[in-house]
Ligand binder design. Structure first.
Ligand SMILES: Nc1ncnc2c1ncn2[C@@H]1O[C@H](COP(=O)(O)OP(=O)(O)OP(=O)(O)O)[C@@H](O)[C@H]1O
Length: 365
């Protein structure tokens, strides 16, 4: 649990968070426009700026009380920034060694170093000099280095922002598994809704230097005016796991994890063209644009996924457009965006049973 109320002035900018409180387990995304104060809040929480004032507690520990801040090194935070500042005169291994010497001996996550190297995929890089590594490789090392330091919390400031799309997709997959498997509470700044939807358990929305609201991901994806929807429109995120169909490496299916006591898993057929090829727990994001609706099952159409659903509610998402929030059998939510006209022509209404039609390729994005 993080709870506090912090202020920090840098240049002309004043961050005054107001009271905030959020669970620290899993992944917390700090989300907001450029200049809304996300980095300033993170620096204040990490104890990286001595001008920080106010209150901050991490569980029962006081990290900030007025002018007095617990020194950053006693907070046991693993920091990852947009550009990894690696020690240039050392190899990758040397960078990890250095981080290990600074790890607290009595606290923090006891993660096996070999396991960190294996999970971050940096084994082949260990003897390389850090000078000529790619951006993606550098970020893998930055994560590994942060973990070797036995952090109690990981704090990441736009760790994917500087990468090309392929490295971004790979690292997003890596974060998803590494953060979950090692179970380290993570606070991550991003302004990419897709990263929030794939990784976050909750979202701290920042605006004009203050914490505007804190929502679970489910709440943040459940309102049509969500700031997460400004770029691509409404999106749903579904928890489940990926399997190959009968061992066929080119055909995948995603089986959801029921979120309610009575729910039944829901199976999606995945296109084989996406980045998602590994088995295991996954979160998929499904854009409302990629979900069509029918009142009953259809034959002879190319869309592979026809999922029984119930209409939870229908909201206006944009002029002439409606977001239809759906509940699947597993209790999780999907959202479809359709025109006003479609709602009227099909007679759609809350409580109705419908079939959600989802393109297979759509699931891999
Ligand atoms: N050291 C500094 N000196 C002067 N102004 C600063 C300093 N650091 C940040 N600022 C200003 O404070 C404001 C908030 O910056 P901050 O980096 O916290 O925002 P952000 O939400 O993280 O933005 P972005 O997404 O662009 O990184 C910005 O207007 C920025 O220019």
């Amino acid at each position: 649990m993080f709870a506090g109320n912090l202020t920090l002035t840098v240049g002309d900018f004043r961050m005054a968070s107001g009271d905030f409180r959020f669970d620290s387990d899993g992944v917390t995304a700090l989300f907001g426009r450029s200049g809304s104060g996300k980095s300033t809040l993170l620096r204040a929480m990490a104890g990286l700026d001595r001008h920080t004032r106010g209150q901050l507690r991490f569980h029962d520990e006081v990290w900030q009380d007025g002018r007095r801040g617990l020194p950053a090194e006693r907070r046991d935070i693993g920091m990852v920034f947009q550009h990894a500042a690696l020690l240039a005169h050392r190899t990758v291994r040397g960078n990890l060694d250095f981080a290990a010497t600074r790890a607290p001996t009595d606290r923090g996550a006891a993660i096996d170093r070999d396991q960190i190297i294996e999970r971050t995929g940096i084994g082949p890089l260990l003897d390389r000099a850090v000078g000529n590594l790619s951006g993606g490789e550098r970020q893998r090392i930055a994560i590994a280095r942060a973990l070797v330091g036995k952090p109690r919390v990981l704090m990441m400031d736009e760790p994917l922002a500087a990468l090309d799309w392929r490295a971004k997709a790979e690292l997003l997959d890596l974060f998803e598994t590494v953060i979950r498997d090692f179970g380290i509470p993570t606070v991550m700044i991003t302004h990419a809704p897709a990263e929030v939807e794939r990784l976050a358990d909750r979202v701290v929305f920042m605006s004009e230097g203050r914490v505007e609201r804190v929502e679970t991901l489910k709440e943040a994806l459940g309102r049509v005016d969500s700031p997460l929807f400004t770029e691509e429109g409404p999106v749903a995120s579904l928890d489940g796991h990926v399997e190959h169909v009968d061992g066929d490496p080119h055909r995948l299916r995603f089986v959801t994890t029921p979120q309610t006591g009575t729910g039944q898993p829901v199976t999606f057929h995945l296109g084989a063209d996406g980045s998602t090829t590994e088995h295991g727990p996954r979160r998929l994001r499904v854009r409302a644009d990629d979900v069509a609706l029918a009142r009953k099952r259809l034959d002879n159409i190319s869309m592979q996924n026809q999922l029984p659903a119930r209409i939870e509610r229908i909201d206006t998402s944009a002029p002439g457009r409606r977001a239809v929030f759906l509940t699947l059998d597993d209790g999780q939510r999907l959202v479809s965006e359709v025109t006003d006209r479609a709602v009227a022509d099909m007679g759609l209404d809350a409580g109705q049973a419908v079939i959600a039609l989802v393109k297979s390729a759509a699931l891999a994005r």
